[in-house]
Design a protein. Structure first.
Length: 149
């Protein structure tokens, strides 16, 4: 089970998925897992650029930043981290890649959830493994392969 704290900051001009959608996209990943809590923060390009500079030393926009934690809470719930998504970049990427916006939101959400569970793409082996999982979860949800443009 997944508990989501959804925050929307200065993104009024974008249609943002609701908490129910984010839960739907993460459900297959957390189906057989414990109860996890996650914060999803939807921000503008200025906040994501500031966070990217602070935490990754890159002074540019990015689509998503993931901050994994492993904090036990009460009632056997574990807080596993924060996902910060830039609505502007999601819309821009979807347009540039000719993808449906909902599909791109789903893909970025799945990608980020996998990061919170410890998956990464620092090398080619792990990149392929992570992409395979993303494709599998997207297919389970009825979406096409996000890497075919």
């Amino acid at each position: 089970m997944i508990i989501i704290n959804l925050q929307k900051v200065n993104v009024v001009k974008y249609i943002i998925p609701n908490k129910k959608k984010f839960k739907k996209w993460m459900f297959p990943i957390f189906l057989k897992k414990k109860t996890y809590a996650i914060t999803i923060r939807i921000v503008n390009k200025y906040e994501i650029q500031r966070l990217n500079l602070i935490y990754r030393k890159k002074n540019t926009y990015t689509n998503v930043l993931t901050f994994p934690y492993n904090i036990p809470l009460q009632n056997n719930i574990k807080f596993i981290g924060d996902i910060v998504i830039c609505a502007h970049v999601i819309y821009q990427e979807a347009y540039e890649q000719n993808k449906k916006i909902e599909h791109h939101w789903a893909h970025i959400t799945i990608h980020s959830a996998l990061h919170l569970l410890g998956y990464h793409h620092y090398d080619n082996y792990h990149l392929k493994k992570m992409e395979q999982l993303e494709i599998m979860y997207m297919n389970i949800l009825g979406y096409s392969n996000p890497y075919i443009i």
